[in-house]
Design a protein. Structure first.
Lengths: 545, 165
């Protein structure tokens, strides 16, 4: 495959699209598919056959506002239809070229206008199982440009210049990581994509892998060239069967076109990728645990250093990045590091995909420039809290993150600001809670999660989370005392300071952040035996007092 | 050194050939343990002692290590699933929207705890950490099919249909 050949494929795909006057894009992501998008697409295809217009019906990945699904977008007008069912198919097709179907047309300009799409630029525009669709939107151009025109150092320089930080959670500068692996000595190196999206309440990586799988593969191939690796692994959760099948198809198609394999683009660069299935262990998101899991072992972390960059998979230098990090690479290479650097806030560059869920009107997937205010995300993009309830907190970073209260909503979203507020960026889950959520119970939920997900290797995490859970359960059932609260705080700092890996070190965050901002709820549970949200069952009280 | 010969297939069952295929594809390397266990579970529905023993011997992994891996990962199950399975998602978004009430309703209806199967082998009640359909919380998988914004009544209807068929 050469650049000329790639351009020919792109041209052919564009000509193919040019045959049609209208494109009807049907979102077939999990949320829409679970509401009958499959039957809808079939109905549209049937309706198109007899309508006499030149229409192409396309399956696409997640368009974003899942709560309005099933979604259909008609191009070139970009008319968006929400809550569409198979019965609307005829009406949509016959409206082409005329006025849109009013009853299902929806205007989500508030939702979309504040977003900037880099990682999700193809989401809703390509068929994830057609490599030609991806190539027609500049796909694999970055890879071939890199291979023919840039040195590995040049690529690393560009990524460093972009200011991209790891999107998996901790925000380590990507360029720096690549540089370290590139400098590591060894003839065999690996590139690993972390698609073990274990954070409950987050589905960004699933949507990217399912909706635009080639982007991840291209990012990995560019990384492999930059660090001198020839073999890659994508570690995907077994709970994401669609992502696995899309990636399998994508890898097969990329190999068929010579975009993976030996001598890519007539250069000496060889690279291929294998898929590895996860087993449903949250701790495998930690890089050393993930490596153990790829090697077929229990996913227990080990102390670092040595870092995977020096000694990773089978003891070889290994680059591990998150799905979204790799997905950012092709546009950075195409548009230059400066372009990316100019988006975002001072120390957090570019955009970030968030899974906005919970008690909010527009649930779904959003991509915003970093530095955007939380209030803007929740009130404008998310459409606020529905049902007359009041906003209480937004939880970011999953079980490793914290709850951010209403008074902090005017803070801009960045790695550092979230850390300062006692939460973390995490992988991008953003769960909105209203007055029906009890913050003590929420803390207990996360601690229970960490307790069951603790791998058991180090005692502070294994025993500490269990004790924290017991204390929180006492408080939630009305038998807690102020001494329990003191002990809980003490335990939090022990677990945080003494645990081996990120899971234990961050497990107290949900407790610490709720104690910081919602301490009154804890004391109400203890002193007044009252749960203001009505979530906790204080019935145990009558038995014990 | 004696050449290693993998053990014979446990039975005539064709599914063992699929399992063996996964191991052969990976050159019977030890790192294929998790891959192979996934194949066993997708072919047989669960992992029993015979299967673990066979895979461990074929890959020359100590039985203790194979068992350790099986019990470490939540995805693997040692018990055969019921005829139908309802998996309630207990991810954060689902929890916020009342997944615990769905689980409670199902437990009461089936008279079993989460993770168990009814005595007649008809229905299994499982809890998942997150199925990634958070935008439609609370979510349950009914025999693998995603049902979003599930209510307790919907849950009970499903279970009623399954238990009385």
């Amino acid at each position: 495959m050469t650049i000329e050949e790639l351009e020919q494929i792109a041209k052919a795909a564009q000509q193919e699209h040019g045959k049609y006057d209208y494109e009807v894009n049907v979102c077939m992501d999990l949320a829409c598919a679970s509401q009958g998008a499959g039957a809808l697409k079939d109905a549209l295809e049937t309706a198109v056959q007899s309508c006499g217009k030149r229409v192409c019906v396309r399956r696409t990945g997640c368009m974003g506002p899942c709560s309005h699904g099933p979604l259909v977008r008609v191009d070139p007008e970009e008319t968006l239809y929400s809550k569409v069912n198979a019965k609307n198919a005829e009406a949509i097709v016959s409206s082409l070229g005329g006025a849109p179907v009013q009853e299902i047309e929806c205007d989500l300009s508030d939702h979309f206008d504040r977003q900037v799409r880099v990682v999700l630029e193809n989401a809703g525009y390509i068929d994830p199982e057609k490599i030609e669709d991806y190539i027609a939107r500049d796909g694999y151009k970055a890879l071939l440009t890199v291979l023919t025109e840039m040195t590995p150092n040049g690529v690393i320089h560009r990524v460093t210049e972009s200011g991209l930080r790891g999107r998996g959670g901790s925000g380590y500068p990507t360029g720096l990581k690549w540089g370290t692996v590139a400098k590591a000595i060894g003839d065999l190196k690996y590139v690993v994509c972390n698609g073990d999206e274990g954070d409950p309440g987050a589905f960004m990586d699933r949507s990217v892998m399912e909706g635009d799988p080639h982007r991840v593969i291209e990012g990995m191939a560019i990384a492999a060239y930059a660090v001198g690796a020839s073999k890659g692994f994508i570690y995907v959760r077994a709970e994401y069967p669609v992502a696995v099948s899309r990636l399998t198809t994508a890898l097969r198609d990329a190999r068929r076109l010579g975009l993976l394999g030996n001598g890519i683009c007539n250069t000496a660069f060889n690279f291929d990728v294998e898929i590895r299935l996860g087993g449903g262990a949250f701790v495998c998101g930690e890089e050393t645990a993930l490596i153990a899991s790829i090697e077929g072992k229990r996913g227990t972390p080990r102390p670092r250093p040595p870092y995977p960059a020096a000694s990773g998979l089978w003891g070889k230098p290994t680059l591990i990045n998150n799905v979204e990090t790799f997905a950012n690479i092709p546009p950075i290479v195409r548009n230059g590091g400066k372009w990316f650097f100019n988006m975002g806030s001072e120390r957090s560059k570019g955009t970030k995909v968030f899974a906005l869920t919970g008690r909010i009107a527009n649930t779904g997937l959003i991509e915003v420039p970093l530095g955007i205010k939380l209030r803007e995300i929740i009130e404008v993009i998310g459409g606020g809290v529905p049902g007359g309830h009041t906003f209480k907190a937004v939880q970011t970073g999953g079980p490793s993150g914290g709850c951010i209260p209403a008074e902090m909503l005017d803070v801009g979203v960045s790695y550092d600001a979230l850390l300062k507020m006692g939460s973390i960026m995490g992988s991008g889950g953003m769960i909105v809670m209203d007055d029906t959520s009890c913050m003590v119970n929420v803390a207990r939920f996360f601690v229970e999660f960490c307790m069951t997900e603790s791998c058991g290797k180090c005692i502070p995490c294994r025993a500490g989370t269990a004790q924290m859970y017991t204390l929180l359960s006492r408080i939630c059932t009305g038998v807690g005392t102020m001494d329990d609260l003191e002990l809980l705080e003490e335990l939090c700092s022990t677990v945080k300071e003494a645990s081996l890996c990120g899971l234990g070190q961050t497990a107290p965050n949900p407790v610490l952040s709720t104690l910081k901002y919602f301490r009154n709820e804890y004391t109400e549970h203890i002193l007044d035996k009252r749960c203001r949200a009505g979530v906790c069952n204080m019935a145990a009280l009558e038995v014990t007092v | 050194m004696a050449v290693f010969t993998p053990p014979p297939l446990p039975s005539e069952d064709k599914r063992w050939k699929i399992v063996n295929g996964t191991m052969r594809k990976n050159g019977f390397a030890r790192y294929a343990l998790i891959e192979t266990l996934h194949t066993v579970q997708s072919s047989f529905g669960y992992l029993d002692d015979e299967a673990i023993r066979f895979v461990a011997q074929s890959l020359r992994v100590p039985l203790s290590q194979a068992y350790g891996v099986v019990t470490f990962y939540h995805y693997f199950t040692l018990k055969p699933p019921g005829k139908h399975t309802v998996t309630v998602c207990a991810g954060t978004a689902c929890y916020i929207k009342g997944a615990d009430k769905l689980i409670g309703a199902a437990e009461k209806k089936l008279c079993i705890k989460q993770g168990q199967t009814t005595a007649d082998g008809q229905v299994s009640l499982m809890v998942a950490r997150c199925v990634g359909a958070c935008s439609r919380a609370p979510v349950a998988l009914c025999d693998g099919e995603v049902v979003g914004e599930m209510t307790q009544n919907q849950m009970l209807e499903h279970l009623e249909r399954w238990t009385t068929e």
